[in-house]
Design a protein around this ligand. Structure first.
Ligand code: FAD
Length: 401
């Protein structure tokens, strides 16, 4: 029998890679190994519809349960891969079993950054990454419950919205001056602050957290923010320990080229864990979003099969909070823009924002405006300078810019 292709990490990127390998015609042995006891599922509903009880559990899975057997994918759940030996072409599982591979894909994703203050290990301090985490949060989000969310990033804000919609009293604590300040910059971050205030979320910025106590969160100025449940959303770190121990190049994620090949020719990486060279930006970027974990696996699968493929999609992500839905297309490093142009009214929460540098569009975000991601993507991809007045003018069709 041929050596198997092995995928470590049975979440969106891992499951999509198994699918792509089969669709690309690979019919040899294929093993998908994951730590989570659940078969691969998507995470976006865990802080939105599923957390609010509006999306049924059956809807979160990447594939139906029978898909794996039907496609001859040997799915091994509840199993941690503890080591990769790139010389022997073997991975070791937690129970000591070793599995040989021809090509290996690391789709190990990311894990929530832990808060390092006294009391962080308390039972009522929760994180959100897995479906089990989401179930725990849902149980805590009750009318009148005092929920304190630490961190006003995407996860923190979506969680705050879900808690508020469940009737809880919600406070968000953030060290920066505004939510999402690093990702969106001041101009657009303001929109999210106003959205949450309008829905009765208490926002406290510029705070330091010193301790999590029985009664709640102790701040740097000594005050206590009372809480029944504390939810920590302070970012994620890529799961790179396996790759690092195997001697692969790691730097803010597992380094790959545009073919998603790591520093070892038979090992590939995709999804949140991968810091992949991006031809459009001319440097490696690590994208922590659903669309990236959905699409990168096709490139990885083709590369594993020795077929030409390069990953050069423009990054894309979305969020839903209260009555605000948005899509963001493009890539801007913190502080990497010199102008923000609005088309529409940010106050009415129906607009498109564009981030520019030297007159070129780096990213666009449509808020409660739909079917515009194609022209925004083309604007970003083209790299051509655009007149800000035309960008701002709703009478100029985006696809004519
Ligand atoms: C609550 C939540 C909401 C989100 N909402 C959005 C959204 O609205 N829009 C958006 O664009 N993105 C969103 N994201 C981000 C998106 O879900 C991620 O980008 C995506 O899940 C990444 O997929 P992945 O397969 O690369 O990694 P992961 O989903 O992190 O999966 C990696 C898997 O590998 C397993 N693993 C790791 N190490 C090992 C090992 N040694 N052995 C075996 N298994 C291992 C892990 O247990 C995990 O199951 C959200 C994320 C979360 C947590």
């Amino acid at each position: 029998m041929d050596a198997a292709h092995v995928i470590v990490g049975a979440s969106l990127a891992g499951a999509k890679a198994a699918e792509a390998l089969r669709e690309e015609g690979y019919d040899g042995p294929l093993m998908l190994i994951g730590e989570d006891p659940e078969r691969p599922y998507e995470r976006p509903p865990l802080s939105k519809g599923y957390l609010m009880g509006k999306t049924a559990r059956e809807k979160i899975y990447v594939h139906p349960a029978e898909w794996y057997a039907e496609h001859n994918v040997y799915l091994r759940l509840d199993t941690t891969v503890t080591a990769v030996d790139p010389v022997a072409h073997r991975v070791t599982l937690a129970d000591g079993i070793t599995v040989g591979y021809a090509k290996l894909l690391l789709a190990t994703g990311a894990a929530p950054r832990r808060l390092r203050v006294p009391g962080a290990g308390r039972e009522n301090v929760l994180y959100l990454r897995t479906v089990q985490d989401s179930d725990r949060l849902r149980a805590a989000f009750k009318p009148g419950a005092r929920i304190v969310v630490i961190g006003a990033g995407w996860i923190g804000l979506e969680t705050a919205a879900a808690a508020r919609e469940a009737g809880a009293e919600v406070t968000v604590l953030e060290v920066a001056e505004l939510p999402l300040l690093r990702v969106l910059g001041r101009e657009v971050a303001q929109v999210f602050a106003e959205l949450h205030r309008a829905h009765g979320v208490q926002l406290r910025f510029g705070v330091q957290i010193t301790e999590l106590t029985e009664q709640g969160v102790r701040l740097g100025d000594g005050t206590l923010v009372a809480a029944d449940t504390m939810v920590v959303g302070v970012g994620i770190t890529p799961n790179t320990a396996l790759a690092e121990a195997a001697g692969l190049a790691v730097d803010n994620g597992i380094r790959t080229d545009e073919h998603l090949r790591t520093s070892n020719p038979d090992v590939f990486a995709a999804g949140d864990a991968a810091n992949a060279f991006h031809p459009l930006f001319g440097k490696p970027i690590r994208v922590e979003h659903w669309a990236n974990a959905l699409h990168q696996p096709r490139t990885a699968a083709r590369s594993m099969l020795g077929r030409p493929a390069a990953y050069d999609r423009v990054p894309y992500f979305f969020t839903d909070q209260f009555d605000l839905g948005m899509e963001y297309t493009g890539y801007v490093e913190p502080g990497g823009y010199d102008q923000v142009v609005f088309r529409g009214d940010p106050g009415a929460r129906e607009f498109i924002a564009f981030w520019l540098s030297g007159g070129r569009v780096l990213a666009g975000m449509n808020v409660n405006v739909w079917d515009v991601t194609d022209p925004i993507r083309e604007l970003v991809r083209s790299g051509r300078p655009v007149a800000p007045a035309a960008l701002a003018d709703p009478d100029v069709p985006l696809d004519q810019l």
